[in-house]
Write a protein that binds this ligand. Structure first.
Ligand SMILES: CSC[C@@H](O)[C@@H](O)C(=O)COP(=O)(O)O
Length: 344
């Protein structure tokens, strides 16, 4: 399944807000369409929003091809600034926008149509690379999945969260394709229900056994010996291995540690922010409390009562058994080992 498609001019995205009931596509024709799709979480997941933003810059470039060089460059800067304001936590968004910005500076002596061509090519390259990277993550993660593994995961880290294949779910897919028997327990992932709606949708589509649980059931399943490993994705990993991921991930890591269950993070290098020393420096997105107060359009908390919606939390590196990337696996991550991965 490829939820992000480029037809040379416009971007087609599966509307993730409407899954699993309806599999519908939205067409992004303008930069604003792209920005809104990211903000409203029609597309979500760190690598997916990175690739989407890159195509957003490509759309902005095509729309400004008639301008003179100076006007073109300042228009693209504005496009990048707009897209960078859509969501704050997943570093892949900024990584992809920076890659697009560096095309501008590499080609500053070319004429505008040539720069536009290069920007479109770069967006396509970011998307294509993501697919290959996910497959490498899957291969590197394979030895960590025993046959008959009962795997707990959180949020959605599959094709829908990437360009195709997935990170943590990519590891699960690789294990399944290698003939290992696996059973996935998907946390429903309140409040957006990425696990219940998206992970369950993807895995059942692929014929991989999946059972949905509410987030609060994870501890009980671990205590009763029903989970062999936990694997999640990441939105931003800092230089010491601390990992921001969907709210609820930290609780799972604490539980896994208490029950002596391995806790893996699977993510591409583009999710590692070597510019931040530790997770305390990560900006955590605060989303509308209404998203917590309402389920399927119905208010579930009394009028006048407040709700809170931090969309991510940070898992300290001490609780992570290993970080699985396309370049290699960092076991017991810390600053020194993360740096070794960078220098490899
Ligand atoms: C391969 S996706 C990794 C993470 O981006 C994922 O686990 C996650 O937290 C997504 O959050 P979301 O708010 O749905 O964009």
């Amino acid at each position: 399944m490829r939820p992000i498609r480029w037809d040379g001019k416009q971007l087609l995205l599966i509307d993730q807000l409407r899954l699993p009931e309806d599999l519908t596509w939205i067409t992004c024709k303008t930069v604003e369409d792209v920005a809104e799709a990211i903000e409203k979480m029609k597309v979500r997941g760190a690598p997916a929003i990175g690739a989407t933003a890159a195509y957003g810059v490509a759309i902005g470039a095509l729309a400004n091809v008639e301008k003179n060089k100076q006007e073109f460059q300042s228009a693209i800067e504005k496009v990048c600034d707009r897209l960078a304001k859509t969501r704050p936590t997943a570093v892949n968004l900024f990584w992809a926008i920076n890659r697009m910005r560096s095309v501008l500076s590499r080609h500053e002596n070319d004429d505008v149509p040539k720069i536009v061509e290069q920007l479109v090519k770069e967006a396509e390259a970011i998307a294509e690379e993501d697919v290959r990277i996910n497959q490498s993550i899957g291969r590197n993660g394979l030895p960590y999945v025993p046959d008959h593994a009962r795997i707990l995961t959180h949020c959605n880290t599959g094709s829908l969260a990437t360009v195709e294949f997935g990170t943590a779910l990519g590891v699960v897919r690789t294990a399944h394709a290698a003939g290992k028997s696996v059973h996935v327990y998907a946390d429903e992932t309140r409040p957006y229900l990425q696990g219940a709606r998206l992970t369950a949708f993807e895995l059942s589509h692929d014929g991989i056994p999946v059972t949905v649980i509410t987030d609060s059931m994870a501890g009980h399943l671990m205590k009763t010996g029903n989970i062999d490993l936990v694997i999640v994705g990441a939105d931003r990993i800092t230089a010491n291995g601390d990992t921001a991921n969907k709210i609820g991930t930290y609780s799972l890591a604490v539980l896994a540690n208490y029950h002596d269950i391995p806790f893996y993070v699977a993510a591409p290098l583009s999710t590692i922010d070597f510019g931040l020393a530790s997770g305390d420096q990560i900006v955590i997105e605060e989303r509308s409390a209404e998203e917590v107060a309402m389920i399927a359009g119905k208010r579930i908390i009394p009028q006048g009562v407040t709700a809170l919606h931090p969309a991510f939390d940070v898992t300290p590196h001490e609780l992570i058994t290993a970080i699985i990337t396309e370049k290699g696996v960092v076991e017991k991550p810390n600053t020194e080992r993360m740096l070794q991965l960078k220098q490899q």
